[in-house]
Design a protein around this ligand. Sequence first.
Ligand SMILES: [Zn+2]
Length: 123
Amino acid sequence: MPTKSIDRLLFAQGGRCFFCQRTLSPGEASVEHLVATANGGRNDPDNTVACCKALNALLGHMTLKEKLRVVLNQKGEFHCPNGGAGTVASKVTRPQTGAQRIALVVANLQKRGTARPLVRSRP
Ligand SMILES: [Zn+2]
């Protein structure tokens, strides 16, 4: 079982940001206190979530009510202000046209560079 609170929170959240669902490495994650410690929030699992550092900085010392307003204003299209990949919803959206699919495949191949797909010998 992870021992650091950030690791425990990330584990409990499936390795994803609490707000935008982006996959977070421990280095990208930070502990957000839903009720800020300055407002009497406790430093325990009921009051803490792991989220993108950029979002944590934005939420800063907002009250819980203000934070909820920020999240609700996104209307289910929440994006952390880090310019990274978006929500789960946008990830599961499939490209509509063949050209878009091909562009995705080409981009993926370019990302792989000289790496080759694993070729399994036939039985
Ligand atoms: Zn996030």
